[in-house]
Design a protein. Structure first.
Length: 288
């Protein structure tokens, strides 16, 4: 029975386990986002730590479970899904080990932010729960909508987290304090040090206080939602080269998501006017 939990999509407990994994993916991503808000990381440090440890435990069981039932284990380790599973747990284990190579603040911060890539496990959970063989789902519209929302959440999390790290990371409290300390150390005794202003490491453009928008992941999420759904309100925008590259990725993702949504709306309208039978017939025709 234990093997069927990780290998048999028709098994009841297989779907239960995938639901548990999905819940922890959402919870860990939300926890990661809230850690970047104000002083939440210190006020709720214990709660975030418990959530992270539970998430890593669940993802580790999921990884080793799939590895155990795999016929070609080394091939699975280096497969796409195997790498996705590794990505979901490796940053947390590296932080836990606290090896000398990752003791730097920047490296540790990168590893913490890299945890957002575990959102890719949502695609694994979705694929594992798809109907097998030529079985037509009872309600393809609901299934397509669920897949769409998972893709939307994944793009939203990855875009907002990348924007927060690449651009917002230049003016976090730690970065501002480190920059000011460097200026103070170079200022001759008796002179008043200038105020530190962060700059884009690639273009060299200064990031003045009125252009420091991405102070947390939830704040960046607002920008991501606006960019994915419209051309933007103009109240938040990236000013660094790295941030603009992320913005281009987000804009193109928004176009793709819009196309997927229109297809779901078309299928919904057909189901309303012509019934589910026509959609099921179309699905059977695709697989025949």
């Amino acid at each position: 029975m234990l093997r069927r939990i990780f290998s048999d999509p028709t098994f009841k407990y297989f779907r239960w386990w995938q639901t548990v994994v999905t819940v922890f993916i959402f919870a860990s991503c939300i926890g990661l986002a809230l850690e970047t808000v104000g002083d939440y990381s210190t006020r709720f440090k214990l709660e975030f730590l418990i959530l992270e440890n539970l998430s890593v435990a669940v993802f580790s069981i999921d990884y080793f479970g799939h590895l155990w039932v795999s016929e070609h284990r080394w091939a699975y380790v280096f497969s796409f899904w195997g790498l996705v599973d590794i990505i979901s747990i490796a940053p947390s284990y590296l932080i836990l080990l606290n090896v000398a190579a990752i003791k730097g603040t920047k490296v540790l911060r990168l590893l913490r932010v890299a945890r957002v890539l575990r959102v890719l496990k949502l695609s694994r959970a979705t694929v594992d729960q798809l109907p097998v063989g030529h079985h037509v789902p009872k309600n393809p519209i609901a299934s397509n909508l669920r897949i769409y929302l998972i893709i939307l959440f994944s793009v939203l999390m990855i875009s907002s987290t990348a924007m927060y790290f690449i651009e917002g990371g230049l003016y976090t409290n730690e970065a501002m304090e480190a920059g000011q300390s460097a200026i103070n150390a170079k200022t001759p005794a008796g002179e008043t040090p200038v105020v530190y202003v962060p700059e884009d490491p690639i273009s060299g453009n200064l990031i003045t206080e009125d252009k420091r928008f991405f102070t947390s992941i939830p704040t960046a999420m607002w920008w991501a939602v606006v960019t994915l759904t419209t051309t933007g309100y103009g109240d938040m925008y990236p000013v660094t080269l790295g941030g603009r590259i992320i913005a281009v990725f987000t804009m193109f993702s928004g176009l793709i998501l819009f196309g997927l949504l229109m297809d779901i709306v078309r299928n919904t309208m057909m189901a309303l006017f012509f019934g589910e039978q026509m959609l099921e017939a179309q699905e059977k025709a695709k697989h025949s």
